[in-house]
Design a protein. Structure first.
Length: 250
């Protein structure tokens, strides 16, 4: 029995559309509607199916070509990554995983990030005083996550936050006492074009000798440009708004 045939009345329409496209694709909205109507348990209008399909396209869950629709492979990959993270979390809770429980944070992207690169960060900073620099906005959660992660391992670091607007206006200010003779780890949530990273690294290069900075590494959760030292994934994030990262399934 397919998921479409199980408790169909209780499943949100967006789920039913996705299940339909799991078994056959690409399909027009009309064909999706007809397949849903063929299941006698489902009472749905064509207008509702059309509206929901368009919403799924806007959220990058579906892709459209010549009025035919299929599931976005990038979305499938992200669902897989989140499922892997959830598996690690449950195994850890039952004592079957080597990943420490303190890796887990309310934002699943931070959890994934620390699960993937936490050991590299620890290795990088273990023989030197360090400074974690978080890029304002989404990078704050990641930066605080790194600070907490290191603190739990007995590694205290300086912590700074850079305003993203000031970065792009070339007005970033970094105090010598915060970074002098230290290894620097710049942390952000994601990189799309790499412009923010370029400006930050240009700033670091301009002060590196005067402030006697030992080294600079850049780490992000998602690196779409393929330019950072460490990242958790090079695939687009599944949106974490709209009732959570996996809300599409309930």
């Amino acid at each position: 029995m397919s998921p479409l045939e199980t408790n169909s009345k209780k499943r949100p329409l967006k789920n039913l559309i996705i299940y339909t496209l799991v078994s056959e694709w690409p399909l027009t909205v009309r064909r999706i509607y007809n397949k849903l109507k063929n299941n006698n348990e489902i009472d749905v209008t064509y207008q509702a199916v059309f509206k929901t399909v368009k919403e799924l396209v806007e959220k990058d869950v579906l892709v459209e070509k010549d009025k035919n629709y299929m599931i976005n492979v990038g979305w499938i990959n992200m669902v897989r990554d989140i499922a892997d993270m959830m598996k690690k979390r449950y195994l850890s809770a039952s004592g079957e995983s080597e990943i420490p429980r303190d890796v887990y944070f309310p934002d699943p992207r931070v959890t994934m990030f620390l699960s993937e690169v936490g050991k590299k960060i620890t290795e990088y900073l273990k023989d030197s005083e360090g400074c974690v620099i978080a890029i304002g906005g989404g990078g704050i959660n990641f930066g605080l996550g790194v600070k907490y992660y290191l603190s739990n391992r007995g590694m205290e670091v300086n912590y700074l936050e850079l305003d993203r607007h000031e970065i792009h206006m070339n007005k970033t200010k970094i105090r010598k006492k915060d970074v002098e003779k230290r290894k620097i780890l710049v942390v952000d949530s994601a990189i799309n074009t790499g412009e923010t990273m370029k400006k930050v690294m240009k700033k670091m290069d301009s002060i590196k000798n005067d402030f006697r900075i030992k080294d600079v590494k850049y780490a992000v959760g998602c690196d779409l440009a393929g330019i950072v030292d460490w990242c958790a994934t090079r695939k687009p994030y599944l949106p974490v708004s709209d009732k959570g990262v996996l809300s599409i399934f309930w």
